[in-house]
Design a protein around this ligand. Sequence first.
Ligand code: GLU
Length: 310
Amino acid sequence: MGVSPRFASVLDRIAAEIAAVPDRDRGRPADYIPALAEADPGRFGMAVAELDGTVYGVGDWRRPFSAQSITKVFTLALVLSRDGEALWERVGREPSGNPFNSLVQLEYENGIPRNPFINAGALVTTDRLQALTGGDASGALRDFLRAESGNPGLDFDEKVAASEAAHGDRNAALAHFMASYGNITNPVPELLEQYFRQCSLEASCADLALAAGFLARHGIRADGSTLLTRSQAKQINAVMLTCGTYDAAGDFAHRVGLPGKSGVGGGIIAVVPGHCTLCVWSPGLDRRGNSVAGVAALDRFTTLTGLSVF
Ligand code: GLU
């Protein structure tokens, strides 16, 4: 890892601005998963990874946090890389306009989730990866993230996974409901175990910015091999832009202007295709589930650098 002078002063400036925000204006950590509620909303980290793997960060950029729904991007990529277009028969690619764990659309849309980033869609994607990997979807995800981040110590947080399983009634309802339409192929308890493990993955801003690098390199992995076609990488970036930040994707596109994916652990990854990837983390969330300081930091980054897809 090196230091990129290109972004150093911008990140230092953003960190200073965020540090001046009082705690009361930083949102609140997610509490529907009790293990996440303990996070300190005063924490903030941000990393930028360039295409060659040079990474620079500020604040808590090397501190691991719960990646949660950010992992949905990587699961989707692993399925598309093995399966091509077939997944899109089972999952749509339209914004849902509903909360990430909502059940309402599934019945009148015959068990086909709107997109791979709401929980229903992620359960279908994990179900497919489970079938493609012989049952160890979360292991395949962890191995991929380890390889792309260069961090062999990256792992699940069993305490968070257990906390999610103990409070996972909505995810269980989503999975059973889709199974009734034939859109889940594995036994639901096994799928839920894989899904909760996947969500509990702990990684730092540096890890996740590096791991998402293939999206800025148009599908090319850190070792130079091809994970996705250029077109598939474009598809993932497009779904991130339109569906990656819960039902606030319009506001995120308006403010930040980049494909992004957030998680209820307070992390957000964002992609500047052909340039770099970013990851921010601050556990205080707004009412839609996005990190308050994280969105603000990305907003400032694109404003100060002029880097955006628009
Ligand atoms: N594990 C969380 C859940 O399924 C993920 C939510 C998220 O980060 O959006 O509710």
